[in-house]
Design a protein around this ligand. Structure first.
Ligand SMILES: *Cc1c(COP(=O)(O)O)cnc(C)c1O
Length: 379
């Protein structure tokens, strides 16, 4: 049924692509035939299809999510030294672009259960120089967006969502339910192969309901030029390849199915591991759906690395996302006082373990993984 070998993978792209091969091959052949590799018609078609899926008026495709975050912040016309609040237990992109743009990163801690930004800390971190909050919807579940948006309204802040891991997830706000990434002023996502909607290389996009911001991001992503060879501002070169757009067009109709596969896998893990005292399962935010880019548990009692080794011995891959918080990374040392500590983020880097999570996991493989974890505790 699948194109993979029998071994358990952390992410099985080969298996997924084997199933979708006819559609993907046809989409790529069409691009090779028409030859418009840069900004070909598939790029616009995909942007429109994604806008329709997300129910957001503007999608600006670009090279990757790190670029998307940079283009988003550039479009907000911030001043050097303006402060941007985001969480320390995360992937590096948001902080990296904040520093690259001469802005000041302000890192806050996360909640130990959902791994998402702790709103009380965000509130406490707001100063007169704060301009932007970047909530990262970590592992596929929404940060507390109803609170984030409330804070943003009170303090006149922009909200740029890092939606790299949560494409398709929804969040219940006061009056309606919206797709994550479409609630703040700008949302950014990634089509890196292992994301929920992955292409065959790099890809990304910004979303917004604001036409002016959409136009600015489009211009910034095209060397700051609306008209070719007339550069209105300093921009970047960040495009979604036509070939990748074609592949994404072929895969987008399956995104909901991919996400429900991931949710079924998560349910098996939840049911299978809930009795184990040494494992803390991820906590749900009742307002958000979870689309499980990762299924990440906490292994308490200092036994994370031992469990990881036990699984490896049983040919089960697992990963530590993330092994180091952002506020202690050498790259950002200048930004944080010696001794600055975010205890929950630091604890998580010692306890988290992500289990195999993808659309091709069979009931047999899941049973084997769950049993192997149980054995670790019962032997
Ligand atoms: C993957 C990821 C990114 C970066 O995406 P790229 O497309 O590789 O630039 C940013 N933020 C988060 C939370 C991610 O998981």
């Amino acid at each position: 049924m699948s194109g993979s070998n029998d071994s358990i993978q952390m992410v099985d792209l080969r298996g997924q692509h084997f199933r979708l091969k006819p559609e993907m091959d046809a989409a790529m052949a069409a691009v090779i035939n028409h030859g418009k590799f840069i900004n070909g018609p598939e790029v616009t078609d995909f942007a429109n299809a994604l806008a329709n899926y997300l129910n957001v008026p503007h999608v600006v495709p670009c090279g990757n999510c790190t670029d998307a975050l940079q283009m988003a912040l550039m479009a907000l016309d911030l001043e050097p030294g303006d402060e941007v609040i985001t969480s320390s237990f995360s992937f590096v992109s948001a902080v990296e672009v904040v520093v690259l743009l001469g802005l000041k990163p302000v890192l806050v801690d996360v909640e130990p259960g959902t791994y998402n930004m702790d709103i009380a800390q965000v509130r406490a971190a707001i100063t007169p120089r704060t301009r932007v909050i970047i909530p990262v919807h970590l592992f596929g579940q929404g940060a507390a967006m109803h609170h984030v948006m409330q804070l943003a309204r009170e303090h006149h802040l922009y909200v740029v969502e890092d939606a790299a891991q949560c494409l398709g997830a929804e969040y219940r706000m006061e009056t309606d339910t919206q797709k994550l990434g479409c609630i703040g002023h700008i949302g950014c996502t990634s089509f890196f192969p292992s994301k929920n909607l992955g292409c065959l290389g790099d890809g990304g996009a910004c979303f917004t309901t604001d036409e002016v911001l959409a136009e600015k991001m489009r211009m910034i992503g095209t060397h700051g030029a609306r008209k070719k060879y007339h550069n209105e501002r300093v921009g970047v070169n960040s495009r979604l390849d036509t070939l990748q757009a074609a592949v994404l067009m072929a895969k987008l109709p399956y995104l909901n199915e991919f996400n429900s596969c991931r949710q079924s896998v998560a349910q098996v893990y939840m049911d299978g591991l809930k009795e184990l005292e040494g494992i803390k399962l991820p906590v749900m935010n009742p307002r958000s759906t979870h689309v499980y880019n990762q299924f990440t548990v906490r292994v308490t009692g200092g036994r994370r690395d031992a469990l990881k080794a036990h699984l490896a011995a049983a040919a089960i891959p697992s990963m530590v996302y993330y092994p180091e918080p952002l506020h202690t990374q050498p790259a950002f040392l200048n930004w944080f006082l010696l001794g600055f500590s975010l205890p929950v983020s630091e604890m998580l880097t010692r306890e988290v373990l992500s289990l195999p999570m993808h659309t091709e996991l069979t009931p047999g493989a899941l049973h084997y993984i769950v049993n192997s974890i149980k054995k670790f505790y019962h032997e």
